[in-house]
Design a protein around this ligand. Structure first.
Ligand SMILES: *[C@@H]1O[C@H](CO)[C@@H](O)[C@H](O)[C@H]1NC(C)=O
Length: 346
């Protein structure tokens, strides 16, 4: 008799406890989307992602479903908020067809992809290569096809929060570098972005634009992270956050009539530069980091050229002097170096 009564009482208490727990949970954490919990449940098994690299798209790129990539409530509109992503929701995207100037470097695509895979494995990031040959982008220059690749990356990885788009001619020099802590976390953005810095359109002395990055910004509105060299923003290494604004920016950058279909020598880079110079709205959402944060060049002084400890080195413009192979091999052999090699101030 006794045992018969004890058991249901425990069950009832347990049930009341559980219900109260969930009431409290949803009362106080109601502003965190439930996907947040679902995404990171332990032991989850996700089906492998199909990258479709071996088949061309069945028609004009803008008509593809990836342009409809979803944007979570957390990142939408006035009540969107900033947070640090989980490592696997940071995608390191190499968008390339393996051709172009970089083909002077032997096996460059295979080598950098293997290296980026190892880097991603070390930190838990997601490594992705998209063969950009598959996009039908009309008569526009091939480098525009990096933009549909960003849209497709968001589409292929529905939980990805940040996409780091990096060109093939970039070597990750410091494997232990933490992208979340140093670059995309709200704290890093708040601390690191350049405020009231001139937005360049050619060299500042020759062409002062008198247009500056905002003095104040809301971290939760910063959706794109980019750097500037001595002439303009450089899209060789750019971060995109999954937000409604990012979707809009990718859309307008690839406006065929106004931008993409016209003759812009800098292709998608000219598009984002133009939009930043022209629109305060765009400036409010595109953060500029000091160049060496994630886009140091081979050459240049302390504000521009690779120095020990920098995340990456970019061989931008190496074809001009036919130096791609030589420079690439030199830096490749120094990947992860610990001894002083290129210290600051020299
Ligand atoms: C990318 O795709 C194109 C055509 O679909 C193919 O010719 C090319 O070899 C691919 N590139 C690589 C590096 O596999």
């Amino acid at each position: 008799m006794q045992a018969f009564q004890v058991a249901p009482r425990r069950t009832i208490l347990l049930a009341i406890g559980l219900v109260s727990f969930f009431i409290i949970l949803f009362k106080f954490y109601g502003d965190v989307p439930y996907e947040y919990y679902r995404n990171y449940s332990p032991g989850e098994v996700l089906p492998p992602v199909e990258d479709n690299n071996d088949k061309p798209q069945p028609g004009y790129f803008k008509a593809q479903p990836e342009w409809d990539f979803s944007v979570p409530r957390s990142a939408k509109g006035w009540n969107g908020y900033a947070r640090s992503p989980k490592p696997k929701d940071v995608v390191v995207l190499t968008a390339s067809d393996g051709g172009g100037h970089n083909s002077a470097i032997p096996d460059v695509l295979e080598r950098v992809l293997a290296d980026r895979k190892a880097y991603c494995d070390l930190h838990g990031y997601t490594n992705l290569w998209i063969n950009t040959s598959r996009y039908d982008i009309g008569d526009a220059h091939r480098t525009w096809s990096k933009i549909p690749a960003v849209a497709e990356a968001f589409y292929l990885y529905p939980h990805a929060e940040w996409i780091w788009l990096i060109d093939t001619d970039i070597i990750l020099m410091t494997p232990e570098y933490d992208l979340i802590k140093e670059i995309v976390s709200p704290e890093a953005i708040n601390k690191g972005l350049m405020r009231e810095t001139p937005i360049l359109d050619g060299q500042l002395k020759k062409n002062p634009t008198n247009i500056f990055t905002p003095k104040d910004f809301r971290v939760e509105e910063i959706d794109i992270l980019i750097t500037q060299d001595h002439q303009s923003v450089n899209t060789g290494s750019t971060f995109f956050r999954r937000t409604a604004f990012t979707r809009y920016l990718l859309e307008i950058m690839t406006d065929y009539t106004m931008l993409m279909g016209n003759d812009h020598s800098g292709a998608e880079q000219d598009a984002i530069k133009h939009l930043m110079l022209e629109h305060q709205l765009v400036r409010n959402h595109v953060g500029i980091y000091p160049q060496r944060k994630f886009n140091a060049y081979v050459q240049g002084g302390d504000n521009m050229g690779y120095r020990d400890g920098d995340l990456a080195v970019h061989f931008a413009g190496c074809w001009v002097g036919g130096k791609c192979k030589e420079w690439f091999e030199e830096y490749w052999s120094k990947k992860g170096h610990k001894e002083p090699w290129k210290p600051e101030g020299q």
